[in-house]
Write a protein that binds this ligand. Structure first.
Ligand code: IVH
Length: 683
């Protein structure tokens, strides 16, 4: 018993230390311990909780991510409506707002403004009760939003528990913006492109998409973040001014954007807006304007609301950043999986904080749609102000005698004939809108294309994969061209002398490369799988495979059916994985790597054994889950899923419109259960 008390005390101490370090890191930007030390505290807590599950509480820092997929989003009625803000677009508009809407109403009152960044993400209402995060809801129509608590809990800078001062406040609703930092957005789109999924058009769409995922585990990987900028329902007043309110929220452990300025008059407001219009590209997240608010809360009350927006607040929207330039030439690039992409070389032009020289045309369909030609004057914009893209061709300025771009018939690098794969288009509204019904992917299928090999090796050694430092593009080029490396396994056969024989490689850097290669032998399984560059399998799918199967052996031996039944792995990916591991050459290269000492670290799965040994057949339309989700749940609880009903079946899980399987189950007296009964079995 005493031992238990000791453990519980230690668990609680670790939790409060971790929370305090989270606050120092995320709110004050002043970490006091190294990442390594933090990870150690976290690992100790995780281990203690695993050994003593009776002490796990929902507010523990380890409990951010729930493994269970959601069955949809409940509606939440906002107790205080989430209003929008009226927009202005010029200094003139702002002066008018100040004169007609504020000055006139407030008369002699001495008012001041607070000017904040207008964060371009998704508005959220966080409801804390006695300091504990209870619900997180989207704005929705302002009156009712979606309950996205499980996803929001995964956002690391949102405290699950506020600091002690906030414990006595029975209701504290904090409002703010969830956003995706630019670098995370770029990385997400890179991964999506790798998996041949359509790109998100901008970080806001990516944020909205991430909050609406039914798998919090995936949301957790999207690297979302939060800034608080207002309150909703509060059971007691916090302060007299907006500035003080934000300070209070900070002391409670909530992240508040540091770029907040007080302005005595509207001219100062305009100066701040103009300054940020130029400076906004220095931020590592997106803003689309500024928000100007009256600071004193009693004056806000005097001013009141219109139906949809408060009268004490106005937004100033930045003008869209576009530039005109000329297409000098169009290149065709070969990617890691052999996919050919057209890229436009532009006359360099300043746009949204950088000089743009190139713009991706995404694919040949897009090039066709826009009919971009060499010599064309084009309008470029940064999608979400990050990736430059051509949005319009000024056909009236087109020089005479231009011809449509001739699409490649051969690979620009190896000269072999290419393949064109035609597919029916899929995609969602929030993703880039396309025109024609089919997509055409141009691929170089020449396995001996050295460009392809170099691309594959570059990817293999890259960050997020084998992470072999010091082995850069130039060295890979030399290794391939000299014939020293013709597959991944060859990297593990390299000796220092081999490298020294190459041009411009000094003793020290050769030693560093060999050491980095050696170090990579103990990589995590997920990274090894990702590094192989299996078609359609990006880092996220690799992580899922590693987690679900636990070892390379298991993945290698899985049949298509088993792969397909894995969460998030569809038919196309399952076929591709199976094909990859059953290709003799690939299998030989993997064997050689293993023989050379590569030892992908196995990952542990968090399975429960609530359904151990039980065989389920699913029939009819389920109300709350997709087939995939329910199959995942069964497997996560160690059950099995079969396609047809037999005497061996333990349960038939029946939705509405259940057909012949239902009848067969009755005939064989197999137990038929509803979704609700199923959920009870695993709860
Ligand atoms: S205050 C009623 N402050 O802009 C006022 N909103 O276009 C409550 N937004 O829905 C909001 N940055 O999602 C406020 N610093 C900021 C903001 C901000 C972004 C968003 C918010 C709102 C939208 C209105």
């Amino acid at each position: 018993m005493a031992d238990n008390v000791k453990k519980q005390t230690r668990i609680e101490l670790l939790r409060s230390q971790i929370r305090e370090h989270d606050r120092l890191y995320y709110v004050l930007n002043q970490p006091e311990i190294s990442d390594q030390k933090y990870d150690e505290l976290f690992a100790e807590l995780k281990k203690l909780e695993e050994e003593n599950p009776q002490f796990i509480t929902a507010d523990s820092p380890t409990q951010r991510v729930s493994g269970q997929p959601l069955d949809g989003f409940k509606s939440v009625k906002h107790s205080v409506p989430m209003l929008s803000i009226d927009n202005t677009y010029s200094a003139e508009d702002l002066r008018k707002f100040d004169k007609d809407k504020i000055c006139k109403q407030l008369g002699d009152e001495n008012y001041e403004y607070i000017v904040e960044l207008k964060l371009d993400g998704v508005a959220i209402n966080l409801r804390y009760e006695n300091g504990l995060l209870k619900t997180a809801a989207t704005r929705g129509d302002g009156k009712t939003g979606d309950d996205v608590t499980a996803n929001v809990r995964t956002i690391k800078n949102i405290p699950l528990v506020l600091s002690v001062e906030a414990k006595s406040i029975s209701v504290l609703e904090v409002r703010g913006e969830i956003y995706m930092p630019n670098a995370s957005f770029a990385e997400l789109n890179r991964l999506r492109a790798e998996n041949e999924q359509p790109n998100f058009a901008n970080p806001r769409n990516a944020t909205a998409g991430s909050l609406k995922l039914l798998a919090p585990k995936i949301t957790a990987k999207r690297n979302l973040a939060f800034f608080a900028y207002a309150t909703g329902e509060i059971s007691e007043p916090l302060a007299e001014s907006h500035q003080q309110t934000l300070e209070k929220l900070k002391t409670f452990g909530l992240p508040v954007n540091p770029n907040i300025e007080k302005a005595e008059n509207i001219e100062q407001v305009i100066e701040i807006c103009n300054r940020w219009n130029k400076k906004r590209f220095e931020l590592n997240y997106q803003i689309d304007g500024m928000v100007i608010k009256i600071n004193q809360l009693d004056l806000r009350e005097k001013l009141g609301f219109t139906g949809r927006a408060p009268k004490w607040c106005i937004a100033y929207k930045f003008p869209a950043e576009r530039a005109e330039t000329i297409v000098e030439s169009i290149d065709v690039q070969v990617g890691k999986s052999g996919i050919l992409t057209p890229v436009a070389n532009l006359t360099p032009v300043q746009l949204a904080g950088t000089v743009v020289k190139r713009a991706s045309l995404h694919n040949f369909d897009e090039l066709d749609r826009l009919d971009v030609r060499c010599g064309d004057t084009v309008l470029i914009e940064k999608a979400g102000e990050i990736i430059p893209q051509i949005i319009e061709v000024k056909k009236e300025l087109r020089p005479k005698n231009t011809k449509p771009f001739e699409k490649p018939k051969i690979c620009p690098d190896c000269g072999e004939k290419i393949q064109i794969i035609e597919k029916k288009r899929t995609g969602k509204k929030e993703e880039i809108a396309h025109k024609s019904e089919f997509t055409h992917t141009y691929v170089c299928v020449n396995k001996n294309c050295t460009t392809l090999l170099k691309e594959k090796l570059n990817y293999f050694v890259g960050r997020g994969q084998m992470d072999i430092e010091n082995l850069g593009e130039a060295l890979i080029e030399q290794l391939v061209d000299s014939g020293l490396v013709s597959n991944f396994a060859d990297l593990y056969k390299l000796k220092k002398e081999d490298l020294l024989a190459l041009e411009r490689i000094a003793e020290k850097s050769a030693a560093n490369v060999i050491e980095a290669i050696e170090k990579s032998k103990n990589c995590p399984l997920s990274k090894f799988i990702a590094a192989l560059g299996i078609k359609h399998v990006g880092s996220q799918s690799a992580e899922i495979l590693a987690e679900e199967f636990g070892s390379l052996e298991e993945i290698k031996n899985a049949d298509i059916e088993t792969l397909k039944n894995t969460d998030q792995i569809g038919q196309i990916m399952a076929d591709s994985i199976y094909e990859y591991f059953h290709n003799e050459k690939n299998a030989a290269v993997i064997d050689q790597m293993l023989t050379a000492g590569v030892k992908p670290k196995q990952t542990k799965t968090n399975r429960s054994d609530k359904l151990a040994g039980k065989i389920f057949v699913i029939t009819g339309t389920l109300e709350k889950f997709t087939r995939q989700q329910i199959e995942k749940l069964i497997k996560e609880n160690s059950g099995k899923v079969a396609k047809s009903v037999s005497k061996k079946t333990d349960f038939v899980l029946a939705g509405t419109e259940a057909g012949s399987k239902f009848e067969k189950a009755k005939k064989l007296s197999v137990k038929i259960i509803s979704e609700k009964e199923f959920l009870e079995m695993i709860r």
